[in-house]
Design a protein around this ligand. Structure first.
Ligand code: NAP
Length: 488
């Protein structure tokens, strides 16, 4: 397991403080690793700038870049078990979930490789007799990729693969909690044949290492996934520097259950939508609106299904929820539950830390359902990023839509109904980047993903995801010797 940082193709001791990876399920130390200093950051970025300008990578044929990405996908697949275990140790998610993230990372690398081979420029303005024009796409240069801890390998490959396919160099700063998996990715890209200098993985804190990266004059794009507060801060820096950003930020996603929904299917979808990843997902369906006519029947089924979830050691097979990422985050989640109570909410299940037996040493929190509040409550407006669902009945569909949209966030939404015409009307009216109808948290790598409102700017995935790491250039080619008009 890599413990040094990866600086422009070299493994070396970082000059920043030593950090620890801690297994949140029992508090044991997985490993110590070195972090980057500001000098390391500067060196990596200078090397990255040299590498994308001078290495053959940027000028190579798309299928040559694709070969490296196919190899990355193959290595990730071969090492899936070890990578999954490493992520589980880093962030406490159950093995089945981290395995899904690993397979998603491999699929992303494969998709981007195939898309990269088939990307075209365009000939434009075909009608002009004396010149022709073309539209071509070029790398932006050095890209800063900054990621959170909740789905590390998937969100990191989602940035590295398209940025590298586009001919850029990347400086990746992973979340401190999940640095080990990011370092393993560096090892994989190196083994797959990525030329030296194009990738650096620099663990360290956001306030020192992240800040030094995004403020460096040679960085030309910030690709960030994380909280809205940090995203806003990075957007200010990018605006000042006039560089582009992709910002994948927080959410407070509404799920709507209409009276004609298949209730058993909807219950399963709602439970998965909020409680998988122990609610530590940007797209967690954390606000639930249920039609008044079916409210009690639905709640009975929902509470029963929630109480049936298995919460435990994430390395043990069959667990639905593992531990939260750390003590500080658990206290924040619990603080929101206490706040809901003080605002008049009723905790109908969960609402506390698990402290007995195998749960005693880790950061385990019971899946929690709160009722009795309306959409203006703070727990309905602020992202909790934990296993906490607030449920509200609704009578009037027009008022429901206004409430569902009453949020600073606009990442995702879920709709459960057998009436597809109504579902489509709601889907078009919801102010969010992704809508799931009669399903939730399904992902396709070819389908763009991103947020409305304060959930983000830009889109990842799909062919647009590669183009977002490139800049468009127009080229005019004169076809005859006619002088320009002014010279006549
Ligand atoms: P965060 O606190 O915003 O941190 C995200 C990353 O930014 C970490 O690597 C962090 O470093 C770094 N960072 C912090 N301050 C920085 C600064 N001043 N300059 C540069 N980098 C800085 O978010 P988090 O708590 O890790 O993750 C949870 C959030 O991510 C939630 O809001 C969730 O909704 C969002 N998220 C969004 C998506 C999406 O696709 N929309 C996906 C996953 C998660 P440290 O190592 O110091 O923390």
């Amino acid at each position: 397991m890599a413990k040094d940082l990866y600086l422009a193709g070299e493994w070396r001791q970082g000059r920043g403080p030593v950090a620890q990876s801690i297994f949140p399920a029992d508090g044991t130390v997985n490993a110590e690793f070195s972090t980057a200093s500001v000098d390391d950051v500067n060196e990596a970025i200078e090397q990255a700038d040299l590498a994308w300008r001078s290495s053959a990578w940027c000028e190579s044929l798309p299928h040559q870049r694709a070969q490296v990405l196919y190899k990355v996908a193959d290595i990730i697949t071969e090492r899936a078990e070890a990578l999954s275990q490493l992520q589980t140790r880093d962030n406490g998610k159950p093995h089945a979930e981290t395995m899904a993230l690993v397979m998603s990372a491999a699929a992303t690398a494969r998709y981007v490789a195939a898309a990269c081979e088939t990307m075209d420029g365009e000939l434009t303005s075909q009608r002009a007799a004396d010149f022709m024009t073309m539209s071509v796409y070029e790398p932006v240069g050095v890209v800063a990729a900054i990621t959170p801890w909740n789905s590390p390998i998937a969100s990191e490959v989602q940035k590295l693969a398209p940025a590298l396919a586009g001919g850029n160099a990347v400086i990746l700063k992973p979340a401190q909690e999940t640095s080990l998996i990011a370092l393993e990715l560096a090892r994989i890209f190196e083994e797959a044949g990525l030329p030296k200098g194009l990738l650096s993985v620099l663990p360290g804190s956001g306030s020192v290492v992240g800040d030094a990266i995004v403020n460096h004059p040679l960085v030309r794009k910030i690709s960030f996934t994380g909280g809205t507060t940090t995203g806003r801060r990075l957007a200010h820096i990018a605006a000042e520097r006039l560089i582009t950003t992709s910002l994948e930020l927080g959410g407070k996603s509404p799920t709507i259950v209409l009276a004609d929904a298949d209730l058993d299917l909807a219950v399963k979808g709602v439970v998965y939508g909020i409680f998988s990843s122990a609610g530590q997902a940007c797209i967690a369906g954390s606000r639930l609106f249920v039609a008044e006519e079916i409210y009690q029947e639905f709640m009975d089924k929902l509470v029963a299904a929630t109480k049936g979830l298995r919460i435990g050691h994430p390395e043990k097979p069959g667990m639905h929820l593992g531990s939260l990422i750390n003590e500080k985050h658990l206290n924040s989640v619990d603080g929101y539950v206490q706040l809901a109570k003080s605002e008049g909410g009723t905790v109908v299940c969960g609402g506390e830390r698990m402290v007995e037996g195998e749960h005693a040493q880790g950061c385990f929190y019971l899946p929690t359902i709160i009722t009795g509040l309306n959409n203006t409550a703070r727990v309905c407006q602020e992202e909790i990023f934990g296993p906490v669902l607030v449920v509200m009945p609704f009578a009037d569909e027009a008022a429901l839509l206004a409430e569902a949209n009453d949020s600073i966030y606009g990442l995702a939404a879920g709709i459960w109904t057998e009436n597809y015409r109504k579902a489509m009307q709601l889907a078009r009216a919801l102010e969010v980047g992704t809508v799931w109808i009669n399903t939730y948290k399904k992902f396709s790598i070819s389908t763009p993903f991103g947020g409305f409102k304060e959930s983000g700017i830009g889109r990842e995935k799909g062919r647009l995801g590669i183009l977002s790491y490139m800049q468009q250039k127009s080229i005019y080619l004169g076809l005859n010797e006619t002088p320009n008009t002014w010279c006549d």
